[in-house]
Design a binder for this molecule. Structure first.
Ligand code: PRP
Ligand code: URA
Length: 208
């Protein structure tokens, strides 16, 4: 699947503030939610519609409304939570799944500590949320869990990615669409995205 970069000027402007090391925790959190909402608005352009008829106070109107499967947002903890909050302002009825993963600092491999998914996840259109796609270990672990549970063609929404992470997801899950606000240059020796924005979880929750 090709990678989609949401190049809308509002997304790119907000991302420029997000990257800035002087942006406050409060602004960082709000910007993550806003960027995610705008990215999801773009990504949901492909949701199917059906024709319907409603009675307005004046006459019958032919309308189009969302059809097809119901939505689920799966947040990779911790940082994906803020993305889910932003996207819920667009689709308040979406169900939310949580996958708790942290990267082992030495191996950079993900360690799972929590999992709670909607029971009907296999029947839903699923968006996996994590602001950072670095080595791709966390995203692949979350996608593996979903595919094992019957989810078909989930979409992966990340604010920033390194080419290494994109390649790992594409190698393990070739049918997953990856939606980004920007594709950065590379990873550094500590597995951080360059130029990136630093540690997303720490900047969202002020834990550094
Ligand atoms: C960050 C980020 C991703 C992961 C990306 O989470 O939010 O989940 O790293 O790295 P990867 O692509 O190499 O797996 P982190 O492990 O720091 O946990 P946190 O969100 O709790 O801070
Ligand atoms: N996780 C982050 O939060 N930032 C990075 O640059 C890489 C992984």
């Amino acid at each position: 699947m090709p990678v989609t970069v949401v190049d809308h000027p509002l997304v790119q402007h907000k991302l420029s503030i997000l990257r800035d090391q002087n942006t406050t925790v409060r602004d960082f959190r709000a910007l993550c939610a806003e960027i995610s909402m705008l990215m999801a608005f773009d990504a949901m352009r492909s949701l199917p519609l059906e024709d319907a008829l409603v009675e307005t106070p004046v006459a019958s109107a032919r309308v189009r409304r969302l059809a097809g499967k119901k939505l689920a947002l799966v947040a990779i903890l911790r940082a994906g939570l803020v993305m889910a909050d932003g996207i819920l302002s667009l689709v308040p009825g979406a169900r939310i799944g949580h996958v708790g993963l942290y990267r082992d600092e030495t191996t950079l491999e993900p360690v799972r500590y929590f999992l709670k998914l909607p029971s009907d996840i296999a029947e839903r259109d699923v968006f996996v949320l994590d602001p950072m796609l670095a080595t791709g270990g966390s995203a692949v672990a979350a996608l593996d869990l979903l595919v094992e549970r019957g989810v078909r063609a989930p979409r992966l929404l990340c604010i920033l990615a390194a080419p290494e992470g994109v390649a790992r997801v594409q190698a393990n899950h070739p049918d997953v669409e990856i939606i980004l606000a920007a594709l950065d240059e590379r990873l550094n020796a500590k597995g951080y995205i360059v130029p990136g924005l630093g540690d997303a979880g720490d900047r969202i929750y002020g834990t550094r």
